[in-house]
Ligand binder design. Structure first.
Ligand SMILES: Nc1nc2c(ncn2[C@@H]2O[C@H](COP(=O)(O)OP(=O)(O)O)[C@@H](O)[C@H]2O)c(=O)[nH]1
Ligand SMILES: [Mg+2]
Length: 382
């Protein structure tokens, strides 16, 4: 199934350069949650997504089925996009692993050590790295490997397994409106993710409504409105500095009145400490519960893959302040730190549900462990 080593050169040669969106990669402070000094993102994304997004992911077993059909038309194109989006991470992880395993049919101490170093350097994190090494050793002991690709495909299996353990594709439940709260530190891609999700839901026949709950800057509201215009979905906003909970109250009322079935709520990431963040989010949640005790029905934490291991610290902090249900890992196209997906799968206790591999609307993809690993290792579509 995998033909990593022979194919790799040709694939790399044909791939376009991936734009370096955010270099040097910044490292937000762990404690502060939203470091005031971090790079200020462009208020409005440059790339205006014209393309109609692919149909909404029917999660679960279908996701696997979809990727197994990966050879034909659209799926093959999407896999190609995923693969080029992950080019930099593949350089850091897939290529070096490929070189390490080249011609190897068995595992010895020195290979294990080299593997460990490589995984740690690629931001896979200590826990996930140990799990990979243990499981790989166990698998290789169980069966005889008879060609040089076999060890690499065993590794791919183990990596997929680790990502698969927490895997839980996103799905809209029956609640109407289904309220999705989007949280995360400033600049990680919350507003962009909301815009992409709005297009995705709309294309699948839903009627989303956006809530401009990040009231810190007028520009943030403007940015959300632009996505609303592009996706042709209503945006509920108040003036700069308005109370976030009050905007959400308005938004859910409006959704009810207009028959919108999904509310995507933006929130401010620029909160100066954990206490403040907790207070704000608790208030938002309280207000939502006045409409529906089960709301918010989903709380997505957006993490910038480029922050590497810091993403784990952010996941920990936010899970203490909000009832998180899933993760969105963005900017995988601009970083070599995609290995952090394994650390998050192993340690955060939360499923990665979407990944961002670019600024266009269809660059937000449902997370699918096998496709992710194949793209990362430079393999063919699974
Ligand atoms: N390359 C790339 N850029 C992204 C991605 N997601 C978001 N961005 C960009 O990151 C910047 C900050 O995004 P924004 O949505 O404003 O972040 P927010 O502060 O969390 O709302 C913007 O310039 C976005 O276009 C992604 O997956 N890939
Ligand atoms: Mg924003």
């Amino acid at each position: 199934m995998f033909r990593f080593l022979r194919k790799k050169k040709a694939v790399e040669a044909s791939e376009p350069e991936v734009p370096q969106t955010r270099e040097p990669e910044r490292q937000p402070e762990v404690e502060a949650v939203s470091p005031p000094t971090e790079a200020v993102p462009k208020a409005v994304p440059e790339a205006v997504p014209e393309a109609v997004p692919e149909a909404v992911p029917e999660a679960g077993p279908d996701a696997l089925k979809q990727s197994q059909e990966g050879k034909d038309g659209e799926s093959a194109g999407l896999f190609g996009r995923l693969r080029s989006g992950l080019a930099r991470s593949r350089g850091a992880l897939g290529d070096s692993l490929g070189t390490l395993l080249l011609g190897k049919k068995e595992i010895d101490e020195s290979l294990l050590e080299a593997l460990e170093t490589q995984l740690l350097m690629a931001d896979v994190g200590l826990e996930a790295t140990e799990a990979v090494l243990e499981r790989l050793t166990a698998r290789v002991k169980r069966r005889a490997l008879n060609d040089e690709d076999a060890l690499m495909s065993e590794l791919a299996e183990v990596l997929s397994e680790i990502l698969g353990e927490r895997h839980e594709p996103f799905s809209l439940g029956a609640a109407e409106p289904f309220v999705i709260l989007v949280v995360g530190v400033n600049g990680v891609g919350k507003t962009t993710t909301i815009g992409k999700l709005a297009q995705r839901f709309k294309a699948a026949g839903h009627h989303p409504l956006l809530a401009a709950g990040d009231t810190f800057r007028a520009a943030a509201v403007e940015q959300l409105k632009q996505w609303g215009t592009r996706a042709d979905v209503p945006v509920i906003a108040q003036g700069e500095g308005a109370d976030s909970a009050s905007v959400l109250f308005d938004a859910v009322s409006a959704a009810r009145a207009r028959g919108a079935d999904v509310v995507l709520a933006d929130t401010a990431g620029r909160l100066h400490n954990k206490g403040h963040l907790m207070e704000e989010l608790a208030k938002v949640v309280r207000v939502l519960k006045r409409f529906d005790a089960a709301a918010p029905h989903a709380v997505l934490l957006v993490l910038d893959a480029g922050t590497g291991q810091n993403a784990l610290a952010q996941a920990k902090t936010f899970s203490e302040v909000a009832p998180l249900t899933g993760l969105v890992l963005t900017k995988l196209d601009g970083t070599a730190k995609g290995g952090v997906a394994f650390a998050l799968a192993k340690q955060s206790g939360l499923p990665i549900q979407f990944i961002g591999v670019g600024e266009q609307a269809d660059d937000l993809r449902p997370f699918e462990p096998r496709s992710f690993v194949a793209a990362l290792l430079g393999a063919e579509a699974p």
